[in-house]
Design a protein around this ligand. Structure first.
Ligand code: NI
Length: 386
């Protein structure tokens, strides 16, 4: 069975919804317009809507006509990124400095497509629960929904999510058991020195020279302290300092992220970061303030539920297009937090395109929309009938 024909029949509507969301991207926890569009669409399909869960989160409940049964959750993320879009799409971002460079506009649309199909084909027993999550991009949207009682108010027997992936072929779906995506810390470092005229460096304690040394020294953690048989990444992603040609500034700020799969490797990175910051502070006579935040847990797919999701994927794209051998990624995903509350799995759905996620020119192929919607809908049908 390929993409569900009923979903294919309204694929143009999905494209229209997704392009509208794409043109109006919203950063995490500000998805006011997006969540309103989601809630209104769900209501139009006949789904019971609960708004304002974890800030801008929305939950839709669809009770089947087949009597009581289990509850299966499907989750999509809604937020965009602080990236200036460089595509020339006619529906490119109309909000300066914000864009859907991770394709969450597509995920939201796929889940709406699954909800529309299931609302029109509700002979199943039990309940489908549609979870539209805010703020996936490192701002803690999953934790906010969980903290707001998501799993107490809507008890789930299983929960599933997906992400688009231009790095796997169009029409392929990847889902495998065990660790799939890395844990991540975010860090902020403030180097505080003492400013002066640039021509009189002896009057300063230069935070720029110290920050430059710090960026280099931090790279020694993965190269020299990590076990080469384990995965660890440390990336410095922002450096800010200064305001003039002829002024040594007072301070410099750095931000970045650590990624790994094993708690002991993350701990190696954190410990060495603290030691290196202290050492650079002493060496350059500056103050170095490090703040580390444990932002993402490792995403671990549950074995049985991974099998259920792979079966639904085979229904949609065929036996040979479902990849189940492990292909863990160093990217992170806060759906990991939901998989600690209920068993489930997280799949990646391939689509045409050669620019990676988070690239300013990233383009999501609209042809993926009915594929993702069909996967989610088939999964619910299978699991509620089981
Ligand atoms: Ni994403």
């Amino acid at each position: 069975m390929p993409v569900l024909p009923e979903i294919l029949a309204f694929a143009d509507d999905l494209t229209r919804i997704r392009r509208d969301l794409h043109a109006h991207p919203e950063i995490g926890f500000t998805e006011v317009r997006t969540s309103r569009i989601v809630a209104e669409a769900l209501e139009a399909y006949g789904v019971e809507v609960h708004r304002g869960i974890g800030g801008t989160g929305v939950v839709g409940l669809l009770r089947g006509e087949g009597g009581p049964g289990r509850a299966i959750g499907l989750r999509a993320d809604m937020d965009a990124l602080p990236i200036v879009e460089t595509t020339n799409l006619p529906f490119r971002s109309q909000t300066e400095g914000v864009s859907h460079a991770c394709g969450h506009d597509g995920h939201t649309t796929m889940l709406l497509g699954a909800a529309r199909y299931l609302a029109a084909n509700r002979s199943f027993p039990g309940t489908a629960v549609f979870i539209f999550q805010p703020a996936e991009e490192g701002l803690g949207g999953a934790r906010a929904m969980i903290g707001d009682g998501l799993f107490e108010r809507f008890p789930l027997d299983e929960v599933y999510g997906l992400h688009n992936d231009p790095q796997i072929a169009q029409g392929e779906i990847s889902v495998f058991p065990g660790p799939a995506m890395a844990a991540a810390d975010f860090f902020d470092i403030r180097v505080v020195g003492s400013g002066s005229h640039a021509a009189m460096p002896q009057m300063s304690r230069d935070p720029i020279v110290a920050a430059a040394a710090l960026v280099q020294a931090l790279q020694s953690i993965v190269a020299r302290n990590a076990n080469p048989f384990e995965s660890l990444v440390l990336s410095v992603t922002q450096v800010h300092a200064g305001s003039a040609y002829n002024v040594i500034p007072e301070d410099a700020t750095l931000t970045g992220t650590i990624r790994g799969f094993k708690p002991e490797m993350m701990e190696v990175a954190r410990r060495r970061m603290r030691e290196i910051c202290d050492g650079i502070a002493a060496a350059y006579a500056v103050e170095v303030r490090l703040e580390l935040r444990e932002t993402f847990d490792v995403l671990i797919n549950h074995e049985a539920e991974t099998g259920f999701m792979a079966e639904a994927a085979r229904d949609v794209v065929g036996e040979r297009s479902v990849i189940t051998e492990p292909r863990p990624m160093m990217g992170s995903e806060d759906f990991a937090d939901m998989l600690r509350k209920a068993p489930g799995a997280y799949a990646r759905v391939g689509h045409a395109g050669d620019l990676p996620l988070h690239h300013p020119g990233f383009i999501l192929d609209d042809a993926i929309l009915p594929v993702g919607a069909s996967l989610l809908a088939r999964l619910v049908e299978r699991r509620l009938a089981a």
